[in-house]
Design a protein around this ligand. Structure first.
Ligand code: ADP
Ligand code: MG
Length: 620
């Protein structure tokens, strides 16, 4: 029986439990919901207006744990038991992070370098999943306190480059915090949603999402077509952000008053205060021209120009990442329709300016950069709750997924109604000698010809080493993970080269559209079957023409004149029939060509074998 909740704050009935959207950030985390009355996404705020929870966990003497602003106060004074930036450790082994060992002021266990990292605080060990769950629990508690109702369902965002292990770790952290994580969403996708991008079915746009946070920089190029978000490329630097701005200010100031690193090491309180004041100065300079302050009797000042020259190199590094991302995406800068700004550090005017210059267009920063990801997560949560009927998000694949094979046929890898997650693979090969690349086109739908289905994505597997046709083995695998993300991977098994792409196949299709696609496939089933048979006959004919032509070219000197001319005539007539003939006519013509070539093919084969037996001509 369904339970009806009563919101004790407002007295109103609640039909359905709210699903919250969570931005679990490296530096700050926050929660948003769709307001039940206005239907607009809003950030949950305490009465004092505080919305952001610093992603910092402090372990106190008597086993107490605090999260957020309170914990942040201990960052410098109690570095060993104050954990920050735990997001960087999610799904990582010690080997993954050892190059950045000095970054972490707390103890990361290094005894087993392959397995997932653990953090030691006092005599206890914590996994990044556990630590993240403390942050999520704090967010959950706050949300419940503000909403006056239990919160058990959430959508959580992660960077677009997070791999499966990192996504799974985030999911686990949610579970540990008592949250049912309905979906993991890419941060740039959430940000786009908050900007209202991708919400219309007829829309097609290329977007750059520039996200400069406290400690990390991400740039993603997305393509949105008909509600499907495709990540074209990502780039960035996981050790570059607003914290670096703060540190250069501290360095600059301590230089001015001749404070040495050693003095700052010893005097933790002073360095803590300096750091906090540096952050204040930076924030102040985002809307003012100069800053003045005093710490422990020292006077400090900073002008906007001084600040900009201090951070110039950092900003330039982000632009270089943008350049790489654009290059990898395969689109040109002029094709990018929108540049949206995400993360607190994009408030710095120099950052905005340089990004606009690089992309050659006005940037879009109309949504609060601290809040934009969480707001988008709330929109996604609302779609999942079924409140936004324009979207269909299911846990089964509503339509078949496959790739295009010879002749424009649909080769289904994951049939419709497969349970998610789901995984399959199949081997393909090349059609031409020395073929160096293979186009993988991914389609969704029930029809036999891809042209009647819906194209989701396309990419080229390039760099296949030169080999005769039919020799390369290209394994194409499809994985639809629990978050509805389809990952298509193509790998040439002999050389090991590999390429992959991610798509969201369920995005943007309404119930009616799915229904129509299914109905069409039933209505056209008979036609489709005939078309498929014809296409297959044509494909076979083309392959035979190609193979025979090559055979004659290579072995001309072993063949008689009549053999060659008969074969050429048969090839010509097969080519003619190909154009207009029925499937049966094509099959007959194929047989005709085979009958002519079979005798000399067999003769040459026998000769080759007998030579081999005499040890004269060992093949290979
Ligand atoms: P993350 O995504 O890493 O959790 P945020 O997006 O919350 O991080 O960004 C936090 C960073 O933004 C901090 O370094 C903070 O100092 C910086 N920041 C916040 N407001 C401003 C501002 N007005 N001007 C410059 N930097 C700011
Ligand atoms: Mg962020």
């Amino acid at each position: 029986m369904a339970k009806i909740g009563i919101n004790i704050a407002t007295g109103s009935l609640q039909q359905q439990e709210m699903i919250v959207g969570i931005d679990l950030g490296t530096t700050n985390s926050l929660v948003a919901i769709i307001h039940p009355d206005t239907k607009k996404p809003v950030i949950l705020k305490e009465h004092d207006g505080a919305a952001m929870v610093p992603s910092v966990i402090h372990f106190g003497e008597a086993g107490s744990i605090s999260v957020g602003d309170e914990a942040k106060k201990s960052l410098v004074t109690e570095p060993h038991n104050t954990i920050f930036s735990v997001k960087r450790l999610m799904g990582k082994s010690y080997n993954d992070v050892k190059d950045h060992g000095s970054f972490f002021t707390y103890k990361i266990i290094d005894d087993n370098t392959e397995s997932l990292v653990k953090i030691q605080v006092g005599s206890r060990f914590y996994s990044p999943v556990e630590l993240s769950s403390y942050i999520l629990k704090e967010l959950k508690n706050r949300a419940e306190h503000i909403l006056k109702t239990p919160v058990t369902k959430a959508v959580i965002t992660v960077p677009a480059y997070f791999n499966d292990a990192q996504r799974q770790a985030t999911r686990d952290a949610g579970k540990l915090a008592g949250l049912d994580v309905l979906r993991i969403v890419n941060e740039p996708t959430a940000a786009s949603l908050a900007y209202g991008l991708g919400l219309r079915k007829d829309e097609s746009k290329t977007i750059a999402v520039y996200d400069l946070g406290g400690g990390t920089f991400d740039i993603s190029i997305l393509r949105i077509t008909g509600g499907i978000f495709e990540v074209l490329s990502t780039n960035g630097d996981t050790y570059l952000g607003g914290d670096d701005f703060d540190r250069t200010i501290v360095k600059y100031w301590s230089g001015r008053v001749s404070l040495t690193d050693e003095e700052l090491q010893v005097n933790k309180n002073l360095s803590q205060e300096l750091r906090l004041m540096a952050e204040n100065a930076k924030i102040h300079l985002s809307s003012n021209d100069s800053f003045k302050g005093n710490v422990a009797g020292y006077d400090f000042s900073l002008t906007k120009e001084q600040f900009e020259s201090l951070i110039k190199d950092f900003v330039e590094r982000t632009i270089q990442c943008c350049r790489n991302a654009v290059q990898d995406s395969g689109v040109s800068i002029s094709e990018i329709d929108e540049v949206i700004m995400v993360g607190g550090s994009t408030r710095v005017p120099l950052v905005k300016k340089e990004v606009a210059v690089f992309f050659g267009k006005k940037i879009n920063d109309s949504v609060n950069p601290d809040e934009v990801v969480a707001l988008g997560a709330a929109i996604q949560a609302d779609i999942l709750a079924g409140n936004n009927k324009d979207f269909l998000l299911l846990d089964i694949t509503p339509l078949s997924l496959g790739i295009e094979t010879m002749g424009g046929l649909m080769d289904v890898l994951i049939p419709r109604n497969s349970k998610v997650p789901s995984k399959t693979g199949r081997q393909y090969t090349t059609q031409k000698d020395g073929q160096g690349s293979m186009r993988i086109s991914v389609y969704q739908g029930e029809r036999d010809l891809v042209k009647d289905n819906r194209k989701l994505a396309e990419f080229n597997l390039t760099g296949i080493p030169g080999m005769p046709a039919g020799l390369p083995k290209v394994e194409v695998s499809f994985l639809v993970n629990a978050d509805g993300i389809l990952v298509v991977k193509a790998r040439e098994l002999r050389s090991g080269i590999e390429q992959s792409i991610e798509v969201k196949p369920q995005y943007g299709l309404t119930d009616e559209e799915v229904e129509k696609m299914l109905m069409d496939s039933i209505t056209h089933a008979k036609d489709d079957m005939q078309t498929r048979a014809l296409v297959e006959a044509k494909t076979e004919a083309l392959q035979l023409i190609d193979a025979t032509t090559r055979f004659i070219f290579k072995n001309r000197s072993f063949l008689t004149e009549p053999e060659i001319s008969q074969t050429e005539t048969a090839i010509r007539s097969l080519k003619e029939i190909l154009e207009t003939g029925t499937k049966d006519e094509i099959h007959r013509s194929i047989e005709g060509l085979n009958e002519i070539s079979r005798p000399y093919a067999e003769r040459l084969m026998d000769e080759a074998i007998s030579k081999t037996m005499k040890g004269k001509n060992i093949i290979n």
